[in-house]
Design a protein. Sequence first.
Length: 320
Amino acid sequence: MSVWNVIIIGSGPAGLTAALYAARAELKPLVLGGVEAGGQLMLTTAVENFPGFESIQGPELMQKLTAHAQKFGAEVIRKNATRIDFGARPFKIWSGEESYQAKSVIIATGASAQWLGLESETRLRGHGVSSCATCDGFFFKGKRVIVVGGGDTALEDATFLTKFATQVTIVHRRDVLRASKPLQRRAEQNDAISFKWNRQVVEVLGEDRVTGVRLRDTTSGEEETIETDGLFVAIGHKPNTELFAGRIELDAKGYIVATHAGTHHTTTNVDGVFVAGDVEDARYRQAITAAGAGCKAAMDAERWLAERGEVERRTMLYGQ
Ligand code: NAP
């Protein structure tokens, strides 16, 4: 069985940028892109904050990134990694019964937004239901939106959305916010923001677009309907790290720990395994920051391989 120089797990902006850089360094990388390839951008509509693209549909951007990496020799396959063994070298990764071996691995499995789990929420995703205020806020100019959640993300999103929406209502299931005090103060002082306490969204209303939500009072059980043009779900993200639990160091929230965080390196506690993107980054979570991290991970992997005489060094790593 052939041993790949580098296998990249994940095909969002981090994984595909890592693939592009690794391919251009002639590492001939393999991308295990997942059955649902493309990451979170596959769930968004127009992307207007990826430099160089004034406006592009999320899936089209992912198609372009895939084609770009393939053009330089990356092999991208739509299979899920289902099991890994980082305990022996070469590393071993399975997709079902099939297995692959690699000298180095870049983990770029991303994170998934938590959703409320309503059928109506799934149906109207991309049609007024969003989990990304930074991506989609612009489309709600002059409109009314609801933000669900009581944490930092919900309050930050709500404040951000007042740049566009005329009316932002935060719906929280309790009457106490989890968010930090400064964010709470900023939201409370913003006239465009109001709160609905002790409320759970039980249905998103609308046929082709969101027109309202049905709320249930979590204390009395009473229900009410309110009109809105958009629903932003901000109840947290979860890193896609189930596969790695017990095999690589994770933090308390399940994110992979980059051992040299703060020095901008992408190494993990397993020598030869690198990490990039939202699976490691709970803070920025942008396509462009993930892409940048993918670039760094590929350069770190290449350097690591070259130092061990596994490959000839192709790219320059500045002053290191
Ligand atoms: P979070 O802190 O876990 O808060 C999630 C919020 O969603 C909570 O208020 C929770 O309610 C609510 N929630 C969870 N499941 C729900 C459900 N099924 N239905 C309704 N509500 C639900 O998540 P986050 O706000 O995304 O923050 C994640 C991390 O990033 C935090 O550590 C945060 O500090 C950090 N962050 C920092 C900044 C910043 O510093 N500027 C900005 C964004 C995020 P309960 O309160 O009732 O549990």
